[in-house]
Write a protein that binds this ligand. Structure first.
Ligand code: COA
Length: 377
């Protein structure tokens, strides 16, 4: 550790502090047997649970978009924080409502936030931490004092239901945090961040068709090229390596030993990946939290959905040391150290979209909890 790293957290410095936390989940709970039957997949519930840790997930119906979930989560985070007026909105997503324009301005409009700057951040499953790091830098620089960060994805809109390597893994959802200017000694403070990317692996997680490389005016290179593709085994190895390295790096930057971390929240990609990263970092299973069993991989939303889980807030006290780490397509990775927030999380049901009608009447009070668990339990 050098002198610069030490001054990063000692003494207290200006930073962004989480003062509101929100979640929005579609109400349809889909178990493994249903996913298998729908896609006529050559797999079963036992394989999916054993190899991924996933038992069920939420699916947005055809009437519910990423933007709808983002509005629900953003509204919940603002309610959690009290009466706040963010000066900027960042939306982390890789499943935007439309290829063009970005989804964030419409979400800001629907939240009644006027003409504040609003833009999307596309870092796939690392998106929330990329957005958190960007917002933290903007707060530290004095550019903004309050920023709403939302992470929302509906992977059911891009996953092939007949692909057994992806269809069982992904679920839909959104999480959000309100960041407010504060200092590094407060509960909710972001104390250090680490970001990285390696485009040499950009073909490992991809939707090949529909961008400028293979535009819609040309025939698709493969019949299923419009769908999401992931080279699972290769991605698995990258995910373990990069999350371990990045989390280790941010811990050194914060001058925190792994044994002092009371809440480890990794991107909910696969329970075996999370176990492996936690073991390599030396974080006790009792301090690892997640929701993959109940929600699957909700892409950018997976970390804020753990931050929004009331069960985790019962287990972790405000101010306790927390470590967040993620890995995703790009390839991208990101980590952050955080004092566990004091904000009380709120949940909202997805609102009706501006031009569609949801097929269901959501009632999250009955479908909750999505109940996080530690790997020790
Ligand atoms: N049911 C049955 N068999 C399956 C299967 C399923 N749902 N999914 C994959 N398999 C098969 C594979 O086709 C492969 O068969 P083969 O040996 O004949 O080629 C075999 O199981 C083993 O493949 P492997 O990739 O080693 O399986 P796995 O145990 O690693 O599990 C994933 C597959 C996709 C669950 C896993 O690789 C994974 O989670 N990858 C990373 C996900 C991730 O990190 N995402 C982060 C970015 S979002």
């Amino acid at each position: 550790m050098n002198a610069h790293e030490r001054t990063f957290t000692h003494p207290a410095r200006p930073t962004a502090v989480i003062t509101g936390i929100g979640a929005c989940l579609p109400p349809h709970v889909v178990d493994n047997d249903t996913v298998v039957a729908r896609g006529d997949l050559r797999t079963d519930d036992a394989w999916i649970r054993d190899r991924t840790g996933i038992a069920r997930r939420r699916h947005a119906g055809p009437g519910t978009s990423t933007g709808d979930l983002a509005v629900g989560a953003g509204r919940a985070a603002l309610a959690s924080a009290g009466d706040h007026h963010p000066e900027m909105l960042l939306l982390a997503t890789s499943t935007p409502d439309h290829p063009c324009p970005a989804t964030a301005p419409a979400v800001a409009h629907r939240l009644g936030l006027g003409t504040i700057p609003a833009f999307d951040i596309a870092a796939v499953c690392s998106g929330f931490l990329y957005a958190l790091a960007t917002a933290t830098a903007l707060v530290r620089s004095g550019t903004c004092s309050t920023i709403l960060v939302i992470a929302a994805d509906t992977y059911t809109s891009i996953v092939n239901p007949a692909d057994r390597e992806t269809a069982p893994i992904f679920g839909d959802g959104a999480g959000a945090v309100l960041l407010t200017a504060g200092t590094t000694d407060e509960p909710g403070a972001v104390t250090a961040v680490d970001l990285g990317a390696d485009g040499s692996g950009s073909d490992l997680i991809t939707v090949p068709y529909g961008g400028s490389r293979h535009p819609h005016r040309l025939p698709p290179p493969e019949p299923d090229a419009r769908y999401f593709h992931m080279r699972g085994r290769t991605v698995y190895a990258h995910a373990v390596r990069r999350m371990t390295q990045s989390a280790g790096s941010v811990l050194r930057q914060a001058d925190w030993g792994p044994e002092t971390v009371r809440a480890f929240v990794g991107h909910q990609a696969n329970q075996r990946i999370l176990d492996s990263v936690g073991d390599r970092l030396g974080i006790a299973p009792a301090h690892r939290f997640g929701n993959i069993g109940e929600l699957g991989n909700t892409a950018a939303a997976s970390i804020p959905l753990v931050l929004a889980d009331p069960a985790v807030h019962q287990a972790v006290a405000p101010g306790e040391r927390s470590l967040l780490t993620a890995f995703g397509g790009g390839l991208t990775w990101a980590s952050a150290t955080l004092n566990w927030p004091a904000a009380v999380p709120r949940s909202e049901a997805p609102p009706a979209g501006p031009d569609t009608t949801p097929l269901c009447t959501p009632d999250l009070s009955r479908s909750h909890p999505w109940t996080a668990s530690t790997t020790a339990s």
